[in-house]
Ligand binder design. Structure first.
Ligand SMILES: Cc1cc2nc3c(=O)[nH]c(=O)nc-3n(C[C@H](O)[C@H](O)[C@H](O)COP(=O)(O)OP(=O)(O)OC[C@H]3O[C@@H](n4cnc5c(N)ncnc54)[C@H](O)[C@@H]3O)c2cc1C
Length: 405
C-alpha cells in the first residue's frame, strides 16, 4: 500500500534521485522537482567522480550500480606520492575489504553519468512524478503537511502539496534559508583549479587515484573517465590570482609541466576553478522541512566524500520517512536521522577532508616525514590497512551511525 501524500524532493542531483528511488522502492510516492530541463540537464560542469564501496552497495539496492559499472572505471587501489622527490609513499588496496563489502574497489564514474542513469530509472517508476524545468521557490508547513511553491519554465507559479519537503538542492538550498538554519564552517581562501587532460599517467607509475603531497603545490590526480581516457588534476591556486590568468592555456601548460615535465604540450580537454567550503548545517530538519546532501553539508573534494556521504543521507532518510509514512514509526525518527547523519558530517566527512588537505599540504619537513612514515606503516600492515580503508571507504561512518540511537 502506498502512502497518500507524496514526499516532495527538491533537486534531481545524485542525492535527490537516490532519495526518490529509495522512497519509491519502499512504496512512498514522490514528486521530484528539478530546475534544469531535459535539454540542459546533462550540460552541468564536471564534479564528483569517485564512488566508494559503501555507496556502490546502496546504488546496487536501487538497480543503479548495474547501469554505472559499464560506464565507469574500477579502481581497487589508490596511492600517496611525495612530489618533492617524485617517490611513491604508500599504496592502499581495497582488496583487504573483501570480507567487509561486495565491492572492494572505488568506481570512478562521473556525477553526470550517475544522474543520467538515475533519472531514467526515476522517470520509469510509477510512484515518482519527475517535474523537470520546475524551480522551487519556497514552502509552508502545518501539522498535516507541506505546500511547495514552484514556477515552471514560463514563470507560471504553482503550489504542490506533500507530506514532507526534502532539500536536495545543493549548497544554495532555499529550504535551508527559509528555515533559517545556519550553515556553519569556513571557506578556504585558495580556490582549486581542476584540469582535465588526455594523457596516460599510468606510464609513470600512477594508479587510478593518486594523492600527491607537496609543501608548495599539493595535488590530486585521478583517472577520470574513458575510453577515450581522461585524467583530472586538482591544484590549489593563489587567492590573489584572477580566474582568467589561472585558466589561460599557457599558464595551465606551465603548471602541468612543473608537475610532470613533458617535451610537448599536454592535450588539455577542460578546466574549472572552484571555491572549497567546509560547512555543516546547524540542524538537518525543522518540522517537515529536511536537508540532505550538499544542502546539509559541503566539504573539500579531497577524498571524494561529498557525493558519497550525501547518498548515505538519502538512504538513511528514505528508511525513516517510509516507516513514518507507513505508520510504523513516529516523527522522532527524523531526529535520529539528524543525530546520525550530522554526526557523520562533522566527525567523519569534515574531520577527514580537513585532515586529508593538511596531510598533503604540510610544510614542516619533520611532520611531513612522520606523516609519510605513518602512511607507509598503515599500508604495509594488512590489519592497519583494513582500518584505514574502512574509514576512507565510508564503511566505518555507516557502521558508527547505526550505533547512534
Ligand atoms: C569540482 C568538484 C569535484 C567534486 N568531486 C567529488 C568527488 O570526487 N566525490 C564526491 O563524493 N564528491 C565530490 N564533489 C562534491 C559533489 O559534487 C557534491 O557533494 C554532490 O554533487 C552533491 O549532490 P547533491 O545531490 O546534494 O547536490 P547537487 O549535485 O548540487 O544537485 C542539486 C540539484 O538541485 C537542483 N536545484 C538547485 N536549486 C533548485 C531549485 N531551487 N529548484 C529546483 N531544483 C534545484 C540543481 O539543478 C541540481 O540538479 C565535488 C564537488 C566539486 C565542486
Amino acid at each position: 500500500m502506498g502512502a497518500a501524500n507524496p514526499v516532495i524532493v527538491v533537486g534531481a542531483g545524485p542525492v535527490g534521485l537516490c532519495l526518490a528511488l529509495a522512497l519509491a522502492q519502499r512504496d512512498v510516492p514522490v514528486t521530484l522537482i528539478e530546475q534544469l530541463s531535459d535539454d540542459n540537464f546533462l550540460d552541468q560542469v564536471p564534479r564528483a567522480g569517485s564512488n566508494h564501496p559503501a555507496t556502490l552497495e546502496l546504488f546496487d539496492q536501487i538497480g543503479l550500480y548495474a547501469k554505472l559499472e559499464p560506464r565507469g572505471i574500477i579502481a581497487p587501489k589508490f596511492q600517496y606520492w611525495d612530489r618533492q622527490d617524485g617517490t611513491l609513499i604508500a599504496e592502499f588496496d581495497h582488496a583487504v575489504l573483501k570480507d567487509d563489502t561486495r565491492f572492494p574497489f572505488v568506481l570512478q564514474c562521473e556525477r553526470i553519468k550517475i544522474i543520467e542513469e538515475a533519472l531514467k530509472i526515476a522517470k520509469a517508476h510509477p510512484l515518482i512524478e519527475v517535474r523537470m524545468a520546475t524551480t522551487f521557490t519556497g514552502f509552508a508547513q502545518s501539522a498535516e503537511g507541506v505546500t511547495a511553491h514552484v514556477t515552471d519554465a514560463e514563470g507560471t507559479a504553482e503550489t504542490i502539496r506533500g507530506s514532507y519537503v526534502v532539500s536536495a538542492e545543493g549548497a544554495r538550498s532555499v529550504v535551508r534559508k527559509e528555515l533559517d538554519i545556519a550553515f556553519e564552517g569556513f571557506t578556504y581562501p585558495e580556490r582549486t583549479l581542476n584540469i582535465e587532460v588526455a594523457y596516460d599517467f599510468k606510464q609513470h607509475g600512477y594508479t587510478e587515484r593518486n594523492y600527491i603531497s607537496d609543501p608548495v603545490e599539493y595535488s590530486n590526480l585521478f583517472h577520470w573517465k574513458g575510453p577515450p581516457d581522461r585524467w583530472r588534476i586538482h591544484f590549489p591556486t593563489d587567492p590573489a590570482e584572477d580566474e582568467g590568468a589561472l585558466t589561460q592555456p599557457a599558464a595551465m601548460q606551465a603548471r602541468l609541466k612543473r608537475f610532470l615535465p613533458l617535451d610537448r604540450d599536454f592535450d588539455i580537454c577542460g578546466c574549472n576553478l572552484y571555491a572549497v567550503h567546509q560547512r555543516v548545517a546547524e540542524k538537518f530538519r525543522k518540522g517537515r522541512g529536511i536537508l540532505a546532501g550538499d544542502s546539509a553539508h559541503v566539504n573539500s573534494p579531497i577524498g571524494g566524500m561529498g557525493l558519497n556521504s550525501g547518498v548515505h543521507d538519502a538512504f538513511n532518510l528514505a528508511d525513516k520517512l517510509a516507516r513514518i509514512l507507513h505508520g510504523e514509526a513516529d516523527e522522532a525518527e527524523l531526529d535520529r536521522y539528524e543525530r546520525q547523519r550530522r554526526h557523520v558530517a562533522v566527525t567523519h566527512t569534515q574531520a577527514q577532508t580537513i585532515r586529508n588537505k593538511r596531510l598533503l599540504a604540510e610544510r614542516d619537513p619533520a611532520v611531513r616525514r612522520r606523516n609519510h612514515d605513518e602512511l607507509r606503516r598503515s599500508a604495509e600492515d594488512p590489519a592497519r590497512a583494513r582500518q584505514f580503508l574502512l574509514r576512507t571507504s565510508l564503511i566505518e561512518s555507516l557502521r558508527e551511525a547505526e550505533r547512534i540511537l
